[in-house]
Design a protein around this ligand. Sequence first.
Ligand code: NAD
Length: 463
Amino acid sequence: MIEANQIEMIVKKIMTEMALKDEASAPAYGIFDHMEEAIEAAWAAQKELVKYSLECRGKFIAAMRAAARKNIELFSKMAVEETGMGRYEHKVMKNTVAIDKTPGIEDLKPDAVSGDHGLTLFELSPYGVIGAITPTTNPTETVICNAIGMIAAGNAVVFAPHPRAKNTSRKAIEVLNQAIIEAGGPANLITAIKEPTIESANIMMQHKKIKMLVATGGPDVVKTVLSSGKKAIGAGAGNPPAVVDETADIEKAAKDIIDGCSFDNNLPCVAEKEVIVVDTVADYLIFNMKKHNAYLITDESLIQKLEKIVFNEKGHLNRDLVGKNADFILKMIGVDCDPEVRAIILETNKDHPFVQEELMMPILPIVRVKDIDEAIELAVEVEHGYRHTAIIHSKNIDNLSKMAKEIQTTIFVKNGPSYAGIGVGGEGYSTFTIAGPTGEGLTTAKSFTRSRRCVLVDGFSIR
Ligand code: NAD
């Protein structure tokens, strides 16, 4: 006699085998074994894409958005599970803005000049095949955002995802490709390889059929694409300071800062990485941060313990703590806390590595200064000239203007959480590739085009 639990085990085994078989036989939309094949397929697809009307291109983009929307939960779950970083509910929000607020073909506006000698048209044309390198911190968001912008501009794209997010990135690529095909478009407009590595990314960067490179990641990869000899967009690291002066709505500033710094466990490059506060309001700010689930550490020995786990002996960031929950990090230094705790706050001096380094975990150092001038000067210093993101909480127009002028960041958020700068709760479109180093800013379809001049001599000037 077969027992009930044995039957259950047999059924489970059969179902697992069937699922594996399904997976093995499922069409791999855009995924190849070798980089050369991925590039050739994307190259052929781009040649097809430009034969379609703009209206069709718009339909492909709409289909990509609809298909991605159906998979938001899956993408967010996979990203947290595969990378071990971030928070599911925030990844849902990030994927949602990437899908809904990344501009499509409407971003490509031609320009024209007409006069006695005819009409000159300035058109935005595709590059061809773009090689895009994407980070672990926003794996599907970057794939979705880049793919929409690049294809809207008439390109195909070969992705080189971070190896630690390969399955999640692959899933997003497959979903988007399938949607394009089902909408009547060419296969392989978006490609990648099964096992991405730094070496395969380098093969891609050097390939003659890749006409533009877009790197979203830390300083190394930005430097690499900028030395490739190709047209490159570099979206690099940030270390966003949040300044608070004595005129700010302190209760709101505290909430906004904790919301921003704990968003996806501080993974976003725009997230508040240090607070610089005018001394007279510092205590009240900290008091209010605690009300919003920030855990204050004052014990010097605990701060040192925290430093020891955040950095290794060589002073390098411990990647295992990047994107982890605050209560998980606290537990590692022997502090048991409510799982509701979202951020760890502590006072430090300006030279502390917590202030100087981009930690990408919910640890927020706070530095007191005597006045707004010192605050702005320090914010400029700790932003390290990345020109990425900065935040200020103030009601003084002169202070707001002064910081905007001096910090020169691509994103400058006033009186809100950092993520308002990428369209979550703030006005404006969204992007997950913020190109400070190369100056394109918040990239859109237009950033992935070449400007071409089309001149008709002595005709079509009808004024
Ligand atoms: P990372 O730099 O470790 O990796 C980013 C990508 O670059 C990955 O695909 C990786 O495989 C690749 N890569 C890294 N070094 C390379 C090299 N030498 N040659 C070729 N490829 C290389 O970054 P991460 O941990 O995945 O992401 C976090 C970093 O990215 C942070 O510094 C963050 O600020 C930055 N970031 C910037 C933006 C932006 O829009 N500016 C957006 C997201 C993340």
